[in-house]
Design a protein around this ligand. Sequence first.
Ligand SMILES: *Cc1c(COP(=O)(O)O)cnc(C)c1O
Length: 416
Amino acid sequence: MSKVDAIRWFVGRQARNTRALLAEGIRLFPPLAGATLDVDDVRVVREALARRDDWAEGSTTARFEEEFSRWNGSRHAAAFLGGRVALSACVYALGLRPGDEVILPGYTCVVVANAFRFAGVVPVFADIELETYGLDAGSAARRITPRTRALLLHHLYGLVCRDYEALLDLARRHGLPVIEDCAQATGAVWQGEKVGNRGEMGFYSFEESKVMTTILGGMAVTGDDRLAARLREYQERAPTPAPERVESILRTALLDYYQLKHPKRWFFGDVAHLLHGKQRIVSTSQEEEQGTRPADYGQRMPSPIAALGRNQLAKVDRYNELRRQAALRWDRWCDEGGYRRPVVLEGSVPVFLRYPVMVSPEMKRDLSWAESSLGVSPGVWFTSPLHPAPSVVDDCPNADEAVRRCVNFPCLPGGT
Ligand SMILES: *Cc1c(COP(=O)(O)O)cnc(C)c1O
């Protein structure tokens, strides 16, 4: 964009915002991404951008891993540039081989299936239940074959999954290692212990729409020393992202704060777009959606990104408490409107990354009802069984129904 075009764009945007302000007041919906970014994170990012000489040095990443493992109650933790990469490291650590089968929920992200496919492992999809949207133990049991080598369960929307114990039992009976996908449930607790520690391995995501964020980032954990050594092996071989990529990630954090969270984002969001917009990172490219392994896949987490992670981790408990309080509003909304609440297992403390509700397919297709009557723009995870890639899975009727009807409400307000 030339300077003149930039000014024209900015003036046009602000004129539109002013008209909206005069007509009805600008409506700022609570953000679905970047919701835990604050001024202190902006400070951390700006410091990192100013000190490029430190980018190659890994001690901040090691400290982040140490702090995360202590906070999470995990014996070992290894950071990567994405939850999907942390999962790939788990696949490597478990020694899964081409032709092996893994049981996965048929209601997940395409990048989860990809992490297995990139290693030649065959995903076999089982149905979910509609109480916590977790893997259904009965369906998983029916998918086990002599070639099954692992089982992946997930805790979606921050809820501890209904069949957690049943799935762990099922896997033990068949001698299968369990991977826990905690990408949406960082900090959720089951019987006094954070999720991710009951299976052989667990992983977490710090992508921009998750419980805490480094824009791109993830952590793999395990309680097993031998698996931890294999995780380290994968990590040591993982390339370091190029400085340009690190810079884009940091600038995306600034963009997210000013466009999604800042209380005057109708103004500062447009300024940030002019300053950093070209460098915005997207977490999943189209080629990755289609199942191609991107050239920059599988990287380690560099120190400037870990610095943001450490700052986020220090706030995550406070934010998760706010999320649980916000969920009470959606409980009341469900009760008043006759909608079914998501199930919170007795003995669990959820984190409510989002509050999932089944509405009619028409309501999922056109969300304006929520914008006008509730002042929120709901999320639509998932819009396909392997979100967001157009996909079908066989014989998973509950997953299909959730794709048609499940929307999710934000559980953190915008900046004030
Ligand atoms: C986001 C997400 C992932 C992948 O995490 P990334 O950090 O984006 O790679 C995996 N599983 C679930 C359920 C997710 O929501």
